[in-house]
Write a new protein. Structure first.
Length: 207
């Protein structure tokens, strides 16, 4: 639970929206005004998962490409038609505003912010402390080679979420390919395009 109220937004150098109460929940005008004022004075804004709806409500993302959890991508597109929604990338930046996909991608984004502010050694140290890889630390390497459709027949993104919730399970290539309704060859190619590494290496890194 927070130990201070929204008044701290006025003093913050970086403000992270870690999620929102629901895609259909309206964002209070006071919060919108506080975030706009913070951005105007030079603060950085970031969101994790459904927090993108809050930043989108400020209008500061109009014309930008933003990331959010693949489950919320269609709703975000429908509600805020002036932004482009990237449901494949782990995170995207637009000036001093960054958005990220699900919770794990939010950690990727925050480690990247540490890298920008304090350098690679500091970011690697944080990643080690969190027991997670620091292999996605910035630049175009962060972005996927091509979008991963949410469609069932090529659902790489939902598979990644499922694996993360069952990391100790026996994730064979055949099982993963079946989850995506793909042949083994197609699955390995699509997975590597989406994550930058082969399936086995990705799972080891997540574990």
């Amino acid at each position: 639970m927070p130990d201070h109220g929204a008044e701290l937004i006025g003093d913050a150098d970086i403000i992270v929206v870690p999620g929102w109460r629901g895609v259909d929940a309206a964002v209070p005008q006071r919060l919108i005004d506080l975030l706009r004022d913070a951005h105007a004075r030079g603060a950085r804004l970031a969101s994790i998962c459904s927090g993108a709806f809050v930043l989108a409500a400020t209008g500061l993302l109009d014309g930008a490409t933003v990331a959010t959890h693949w489950r919320y991508a269609d709703a975000l597109k429908a509600r805020y038609t002036d932004i482009l929604v990237d449901s494949a990338s782990l995170y995207r930046s637009h000036g001093r505003i960054s958005t990220s996909a699900g919770s794990a991608a939010g950690i990727d984004l925050l480690i990247e912010i540490v890298r920008q502010d304090f350098g690679t050694d500091a970011a690697n140290s944080v990643a080690r402390r969190l027991v997670m890889p620091a292999h996605r630390t910035g630049g175009q390497a962060q972005f996927l080679e091509r979008p991963v459709p949410v469609a069932h027949q090529s659902a790489i993104a939902p598979l990644l979420d499922k694996i993360r919730t069952e990391l100790q399970s026996a994730w064979t290539l055949r099982r993963m390919a079946n989850e995506c309704n793909m042949s083994l060859r197609t699955f390995v190619r699509r997975f590597t395009e989406a994550t930058g590494v082969p399936p086995g290496e990705w799972i080891v890194g997540e574990r």
